[in-house]
Design a protein around this ligand. Structure first.
Ligand SMILES: Nc1nc2c(ncn2[C@@H]2O[C@H](COP(=O)(O)OP(=O)(O)OP(=O)(O)O)[C@@H](O)[C@H]2O)c(=O)[nH]1
Ligand SMILES: [Mg+2]
Length: 323
């Protein structure tokens, strides 16, 4: 049982720089439910307007390496930085999160940097309630930049669009196929496009192509902002300053145009949606388990049974009260 005093104490300590307290708070946020939803609400009410940056792109494009380089520049400018890396929970990808950690390890002892992995994907795939709740925590605790690294393929890319202020799409030089894949998923979502691994000879071709589509206005989310295309090499540390500069410019644009407010409101809407989803699933699980344990042997008529459970869940939800 997580008591209110315990959590408030954690938040206070975390606010004073106690990293263990912050770690514990994040563990509570890893599995938000009806009993702990108030924590997220409390944190959200103390938002300090962090710049939430989503980094997405193909697996292995160099997202983590780029983040690690960018952290150094951001720290040099006095910002506190939090990173949330999202693991797609597939056994195949368990190596990815290790890779993420490894690449950012040099910052592990910096008190102005906090890196956390989220292992649970959302119930419907993609961004999870845990990740969103953690964004609220970092924001409330005064982290200036909250960077979310997403898996790189699938739904999380489009979902990250709903929560981040600035979306960075990282691509790398390679076959035209990659560009086609990129085109299918992420041409419309980025605010900044990065061609990483520009130390490789094929990089200029990819860069030229990206510039070409950028000039034609084929990338980006529409509106007055024209997404820049930046060439970087995380290995050599090239283009990192330009990248951070682009992040800052985009933040200025968001503030100046009033879009920062809009993106905060999309983030909160997403939070409401994911919380609703969680409440429904939790109730369903409780009821289903109780009902299923009553059933004996081979069950026939399972559609009717499923409907019964769904109805019972609905009834339970109607009677649910805020704790
Ligand atoms: N040549 C070159 N290699 C790079 C560069 N950036 C990253 N790499 C290498 O590319 C590989 C993947 O880098 P990561 O930073 O883990 O890429 P990622 O996009 O975070 O990967 P996932 O999280 O697994 O999707 C590593 O072997 C890096 O060393 C770069 O600028 N140039
Ligand atoms: Mg990574």
């Amino acid at each position: 049982m997580v008591t209110r005093d315990y959590v408030l104490n954690l938040i206070e300590k975390a606010g004073k720089g106690d990293r263990r307290a912050l770690g514990r708070l994040l563990t509570i946020l890893e599995d938000v439910n009806s009993e702990t939803a108030w924590v997220v609400e409390y944190l959200a009410s103390r938002s300090r307007g962090a710049h939430v940056i989503g980094i997405t792109g193909m697996p292995g494009a160099g997202k983590s390496s780029l983040i690690s380089r960018a952290i150094s520049v951001l720290r040099g400018r006095g910002y506190r930085v939090a990173v949330i890396t999202i693991d797609p929970t597939s056994p195949l990808s368990s190596g990815a999160i290790l890779g993420d950690r490894l690449r950012m390890q040099e910052h592990a002892t910096d008190p102005g940097v906090f890196i956390r992995s989220v292992t649970t994907a959302g119930l419907l795939g993609g961004l999870s309630l845990s990740a969103l709740s953690m964004i609220e925590a970092f924001d409330a605790l005064g982290y200036d930049k909250v960077i979310v690294e997403t898996v790189g393929v699938g739904q999380s890319e489009t979902q990250v669009m709903n929560v981040a202020d600035t979306i960075v799409v990282v691509t790398m030089p390679g076959a035209g196929d990659d560009v086609q894949a990129l085109k299918a998923g992420v041409f419309e979502i980025g605010d900044i496009y990065v061609v990483n691994k520009s130390d490789r000879p094929e990089a200029s071709k990819t860069y030229e192509y990206m510039l070409f589509v950028a000039e034609k206005g084929e990338i980006g989310r529409g509106g007055a902002w024209r997404p820049p295309v930046i060439k970087t090499s995380s290995t050599l540390g090239m283009g990192i300053r330009e990248f951070v500069e682009a992040l800052e410019k985009h933040l200025e644009y968001l503030k100046g145009s009033g879009e920062k407010e809009l993106r905060l409101s999309s983030r909160r809407k997403m939070l409401v949606k994911l919380l609703a989803e969680k409440i429904v699933v939790d109730s369903l699980n409780t009821i289903a388990e109780a009902e299923l344990s009553k059933l004996q042997g081979n069950v026939e008529g399972f559609y009717e049974k499923a409907l019964e459970i769904a109805r019972a869940t609905g009834e339970k939800l109607v009677n649910l009260r805020i704790q």
